[in-house]
Design a protein around this ligand. Sequence first.
Ligand SMILES: O=C(O)CCC(=O)C(=O)O
Ligand SMILES: [Fe+2]
Length: 294
Amino acid sequence: MGLMSRTLWHVNRSPLRYAVKTGVSAWHLNEKLERRRQAQALSVSSAERSKADDLNRDGYAIVTELMDASIQDEFAQAGLVRLKNIDTSESKQTSTWKKFWVRLLDTEMKDGKLSADNVFVRYALQPAVINVVATALGEIPWLDYVLLSYSRHTGESLASSQLWHRDHDDVRVIKLFSYLTDVQEDGDGPFTFLPRQSTDKFGYPLRRSHFPDEQVFQKVSRSDIKVMRAPRLTSFMVDTAKCLHMGSRMEPGHGRLLYTATFFAFPRMYPGGKQRPFALTANTTPLEKLVMGL
Ligand SMILES: O=C(O)CCC(=O)C(=O)O
Ligand SMILES: [Fe+2]
């Protein structure tokens, strides 16, 4: 890690992160105001508003019933196709640090970009999804990336996101998760988390970002845990910066295919100069462009 990223690592685990976020936001005031204005103009249903309230109050919301029926079939089929092609995705994957985890969309990116009409991009751009996240954040969100990950058993000890952690990519990180395989048993490695209020009891122990079960349950009751055992096509949103979470604790012979769309409030806290991982098409709307940061 360089000096800059090491400094940010510490900043983003301290109360200073809010000052940094405010400072970075001041640079982009016009766009920030435009995003707020456009969020006000969205027509948001009462069901969507109530999910946004859940998200802000508890740090999570179950949103399966808000997903657009017309995209579900295509989304599910596309998941099955990627599952069949796992061996090629694995050999081409760029980062292999998480051995229990394979990224499946890398192979279909062109120059590091997914087309805005790719079903996994469109899934994140569904009006209901944008409405809920925009209402929760009070502004048009920034879609940072979409991810399709396949988790499987490795026989190694628990590591990285299999341990309890909060994501530190930004002050608030709203992830839309959808299962593309059934996750009905503990062996299927369900996404597991603590609601915001329970996470707050844990505080911010210094010097560590990932914690074993014992350490978490010294401060938080085990009965507070939410284990997302659910059939495929279940969708939920979690503020993973505010809620301790873990998952992918797979048993032998089990596999879990999970879709993730990650949203922040603009501007991204780590500028980083990284190019956007999306490519627009002739049909991309101005609102979708704003969400994708294009
Ligand atoms: O694999 C899991 O269920 C945990 C994933 C995770 O930590 C994340 O998406 O931030
Ligand atoms: Fe995480």
